[in-house]
Design a protein around this ligand. Structure first.
Ligand code: ZN
Length: 502
């Protein structure tokens, strides 16, 4: 078999795997939107059968034979060619998949799905004692998983690799230390400011039908292609990519709260625009895939916050929004802009403002690291959680539900995922700063309703690159600098300094 033949055989095998996987994605969208209540048991069996099929394909020994025949050949001589990038990433994915013993993979998948469904009901009941055994089980299996896939320095690095390839716990500790310090300084200045954003205006009556119209209009305005997508209501908003021409988002509507559906839709549309911008000709191969969760989150956070909460954006869009809601008749542009940017330390991560958000992530990161360094056990987690909330945010949970049990991630074994959110904010600010250098004052363009230049800039530097480069190098290539929290700190100080007259 020539290297070219091996490459073509491997590619067509992997694309078929991707087709099966995308059918699973479609079934997942249905499960989270319109499935009849009695359909869940059958759907769970479908997923189990599909998981077995996918695991067998990802660990198929022919993969390594094909890779052996291609690696080192002329076909992959240029390390940044699509062929070389695909072969490098296929090798990485294969090696990680085969290191996990079948029985561990099965036990972990089962503990994750049991943990998630237990969390749903036990969180509602505020039942930490009932939840604790599920968490212990999934943590134990995740520790075994980290040992199985391996690491250079510490087990947590093995977990990070699933979400942010190449990221390391030690480097994240430095990043969070710098960002945490700068954030608490800014927060202190905001606390002593005399400006009080009129947040009450966001809690007036906002008819859901009009909110839905607005969600479609604003996401299309920013560049989400609704001919290749759709927006549906759900309890927990998400973006889901079926394939080229089919990238969907969901959102959550409250009749008496503006922010959730509006900024939620823009956030998910940011994810969707990344997926819609991936090169369709490489679909089903690493070159056609998103590079990391952190980079994914940088796209959603950029459109939600750096664009969607900017004064430039609202100078253009507020005159279009205001006449649609009676609630806004007496609200000026300036007051509305201040309200959607209000900073208020709180207990709940998903409701957090831009300034305090990273402190919620810092807390989770420190606790996860302690769990995986053997410095903390599940029994002591609630106390450690509450202590950190007091220390970093000055608030104390009065229930498990609003404390240690608030997020689904740990119940599903997603340890190592949280840092992606902050990396997303860090990358977003750095990308935005570089785009501004290249394109001029973006807020003025936003005020004229021009968003395509920013989207095109991201398309060329991020979206169309797929997994050609590892995430940090991708950001460095796009911005000319190594990833750093400095642009995020500058941006937060600038925006909130102006809003709070600091
Ligand atoms: Zn997101």
């Amino acid at each position: 078999m020539t290297p070219n033949q091996a490459y073509e055989a491997l590619k067509s095998f992997q694309i078929d795997t991707a087709y099966y996987q995308s059918l699973g994605a479609l079934a997942g969208w249905d499960q989270r939107t319109y499935i009849p209540h009695r359909g869940h048991a059958h759907r769970a069996r479908q997923f189990a059968a599909l998981a077995r099929l996918l695991h067998a394909r990802r660990t198929d020994p022919r993969i390594t034979e094909w890779l052996d025949a291609v690696e080192g050949s002329d076909l992959v001589a240029d390390s940044e060619s699509p062929e070389a990038a695909n072969v490098r990433e296929w090798r990485r994915d294969y090696e990680r998949a085969v290191r996990v013993p079948d029985d561990l993979a099965v036990a972990l998948a089962q503990a994750q799905s049991e943990g998630e469904s237990a969390w749903e009901s036990l969180r509602e009941a505020d039942d930490w004692a009932g939840f604790r055994p599920y968490l212990k089980r999934v943590l134990q299996l995740t520790r075994e998983y980290a040992e199985a896939v391996g690491y250079e320095t510490e087990p947590y690095d093995a977990l990070l690799e699933d979400y942010e390839p190449g990221e390391r716990a030690a480097r994240l500790q430095e990043l969070f230390a710098d960002l945490g310090r700068a954030t608490r300084e800014l927060l202190d200045r905001i606390r002593s400011a005399s400006v009080r954003p009129p947040v009450e205006v966001l809690h007036r009556s906002y008819p859901v039908a009009v909110q839905s119209e607005v969600a479609h209009e604003v996401t299309a305005l920013l560049g989400y292609d609704l001919e290749s997508g759709r927006i549906d209501p759900t309890a927990h908003p998400f973006e889901l990519s079926v394939g080229p021409g089919d990238v969907r988002i969901t959102t959550r509507f409250y009749p008496d709260y503006f922010n959730a559906a509006f900024f939620g839709s823009v956030h998910e549309a940011g994810h969707a625009m990344y997926e819609q911008g991936l090169p369709a000709e490489h679909w089903g191969t690493p070159m056609g895939q998103a590079v990391s969760m952190g980079v994914h989150e940088s796209q959603s956070r950029m459109w939600e916050n750096l664009v969607g909460r900017s004064l430039g954006f609202w100078r253009f869009y507020y005159p279009r929004l205001q006449p649609r809601f009676e609630a806004l008749a007496d609200v000026t542009l300036e007051d509305f802009h201040r309200a959607v940017n209000a900073v208020q330390p709180s207990l709940i991560r998903v409701e957090a403002d831009e300034v305090t958000y990273n402190l919620h992530i810092l807390i989770r990161f420190e606790l996860e690291l302690a769990l995986f360094r053997g410095e903390l056990e599940v029994d002591d987690l609630p106390d450690a959680w509450n202590e950190k909330y007091r220390e970093h945010l000055g608030v104390t949970p009065t229930s498990f539900k609003d404390g240690v049990m608030q997020d689904v991630h740990w119940s599903g074994g997603m340890f190592g995922y949280f840092p992606s959110y902050t990396l997303g904010n860090v990358y977003a600010a750095q990308l935005f700063e570089a785009a501004r250098r290249d394109l001029g004052e973006l807020e003025e363009a936003f005020a004229r309703g021009e968003f395509a230049p920013l989207l095109e800039w991201l398309r060329a530097r991020i979206h169309r690159q797929g997994r050609r480069l590892p995430p940090r190098r991708l950001i460095e290539r796009a911005t000319g600098r190594a990833p750093s929290p400095a642009p995020l700190v500058r941006y937060l100080n600038e925006r909130f300094g102006a809003l709070y007259h600091l």
